[in-house]
Ligand binder design. Structure first.
Ligand code: AMP
Length: 215
């Protein structure tokens, strides 16, 4: 059984979610997306969802205390028999340090950190044309001139919607927050010698073959 433990890091819109799902299917690993977990809680109006809502809608990070607990519970419930892919966690240095401590307690190690590198102007373009599937969560890129057609998901035909945080003001804030809060973890993992930078401009399949070369 494959037991790699892999983290996907990168700015919003870099394609982490798309690549994570391809990797999960290829390597049969557990997959945890903190963004999906928050959205699930939000859609089901749980106490956690209500706490996260105000942060998510404006492009802010949900506070570390809430996010770290949620991640720890999810990892505990999935178990460590399989390896895992983390998409969207850690996003701050305290989160990265907590993950280290948590993994040490479980006597497991992080194998690979994939950093998806995309220039800012391309990120803005991608995020503003991104529509998410209500059924399978896959991101679909729609050309704005076509959005008057009723769009459906290219993967499962599910209904598409535009995320509340894919609006221009939230996009701008998410990119700022990424620079301030998340970028420092790149150096943190580089120092550990497990960071691999993936140039993520280009087609999904091209990026995925770069990912497979690394893992
Ligand atoms: P994502 O789907 O990964 O873009 O995440 C959507 C939103 O969920 C983010 O803009 C944050 O508000 C929240 N979120 C997801 N992951 C984290 C995290 N690791 N730390 C704090 N907030 C997070």
């Amino acid at each position: 059984m494959n037991k790699s433990n892999i983290i996907l890091v990168g700015p919003p819109g870099a394609g982490k979610g798309t690549q994570a799902i391809l990797l999960r299917d290829k390597m049969d690993l557990n997959y945890i997306s903190t963004g999906d977990l928050f959205r699930f809680n939000l859609n089901n109006s749980t106490a956690l969802g209500k706490k996260a809502q105000q942060y998510m809608s404006t492009g802010e990070l949900v506070p570390d205390s809430i996010t770290i607990n949620m991640l720890a519970e999810e990892l505990n419930s999935l178990g460590i028999d399989k390896g895992f892919i983390l998409d969207g966690f850690p996003r701050t240095l305290p989160q990265a340090e907590s993950l280290d401590a948590f993994m040490e307690d479980l006597s497991i190690e992080l194998d690979t950190v994939l950093f998806f590198d995309v220039p800012n102007d391309e990120l803005v373009l991608r995020l503003s044309s991104r529509y998410t599937c209500r059924e399978c969560q896959a991101p679909n890129m729609l050309n704005s001139s076509k959005t008057s057609e009723v769009p459906t998901c290219s993967q499962c035909n599910g209904e598409l919607y535009q995320r509340e945080d894919d609006t221009p003001s939230a996009i701008e804030r998410r990119l700022e927050v990424y620079d301030q809060e998340t970028k420092p973890i790149i150096n943190f993992y580089e120092t550990k010698g497990i960071l691999h930078t993936i140039d993520s401009l280009g087609k999904v399949e091209e990026v995925f073959s770069k990912v497979m070369e690394v893992v």
